[in-house]
Design a binder for this molecule. Structure first.
Ligand code: TMO
Length: 311
């Protein structure tokens, strides 16, 4: 009896040793999505470069940033490397609940995705009381633009990020008569508007997030009533709340650990800080590099950060 048990244990140990020592990553490409903000695209190529350093093949596909979680669930896309809690948490957990998408860990960077103003708006006291949101009640004219019909403008990101989150928030806070939401065609339109407003030191409210390249020069997020689970209209609440001080996660298709064990292990270890992510965005949005060149430079300059993920 005892002897049989020992033999069985020895056989099991030999098998598991063999699988960990010799399991190879599949030659099938790891499919990495690209979306429409800079750090995400640079990080796609950074992570692709890390996988290539392990001998893996990679492929990049432009993808809608909400629909990508269903694409990962069914296996058309392998990973998502910037799952921002405020914007994508619901789509991420919906796909997980249906089965096929797994949580591959959390970056060290804490996040916020929120409406706000450039620092000079606070420093010049253009709307006394900001960043407390209640100050907005007395400042609509400061934020009016040619296309805002006399109301203050909130320049939101592309509607593909949030849907009607911000229009619903304006109504819920009782600001709907004074402010109107306009959606930017892309992130670059937000940066262009911020740059032209800054030249004139003019009032402007835009959607923005951290970590981002704007952290370096100063951007002040508006302080709305605190977020809690269920406060949004989409989650059954009245919508009168700000965004969560959130996490930044990674997601993967559930087969990824089996098909590409080495890449998957590196991906679970991978964790970027706010400084890392701010740098990735700045290489494109300030230094005007291409996303690929930015990733190549970032990998060359920061081996101390990423090599440990592969070891
Ligand atoms: C998902 N985003 C960082 C653009 O808010």
């Amino acid at each position: 009896m005892k002897r049989q048990y020992l033999l069985a244990a020895a056989a099991t140990a030999a098998v598991s040793f063999a699988s960990s020592a010799w399991a190879q990553d599949s030659a099938e490409p790891i499919v990495i999505p690209t979306h429409n903000w800079s750090s995400q695209v640079v990080m796609a190529y950074v992570i692709g470069g890390i996988f290539e350093s392990l001998g893996d093949n990679v492929e990049y596909v432009p993808a809608d940033s909400q629909a990508v979680y269903e694409a990962i669930r069914i296996g058309d896309v392998t990973i998502s490397h910037e799952v921002w809690q405020s914007t994508f948490g619901a789509s991420f957990y919906n796909a997980m609940a249906k089965g096929g998408l797994i949580d591959a860990g959390t970056h060290s960077a804490a996040t916020l995705e929120e409406m706000g103003v450039p620092q000079y708006v606070i420093d010049d006291n253009l709307c006394p009381g900001l960043p407390n949101w209640e100050a907005l009640k007395d400042c609509a004219a400061v934020f009016a633009t040619a296309d805002s019909g006399g109301k203050g403008r909130w320049l939101e990101g592309p509607q593909s990020w949030h849907g009607d989150l911000m229009p619903l928030r304006l109504e819920a806070l009782g600001l709907g008569d004074q402010y109107v939401v306009k959606f930017a065609g892309g992130a670059d339109a937000i940066w262009a508007e911020l740059a032209s407003a800054k030249k004139e030191r003019r009032g402007i409210i835009t959607f923005n997030w951290t970590p981002n390249f704007t952290d370096a020069e100063g951007f002040s997020f508006i302080e709305f009533p605190p977020y809690f689970d269920g406060c949004r209209v989409a989650d059954g609440g009245d919508g009168a709340c700000g965004s969560p001080k959130g996490w930044l996660k990674k997601a993967a298709n559930f087969k990824f650990p089996k098909t590409h064990p080495a890449a998957y292990t590196a991906f679970t270890k991978l964790s970027f800080s706010s400084a890392d992510i701010g740098q990735m965005a700045a290489l494109v949005d300030i230094d005007k590099m291409s996303h690929q060149d930015a990733a190549t430079k970032w990998l060359a300059d920061h081996e101390d950060v990423w090599k440990p993920f592969t070891q």
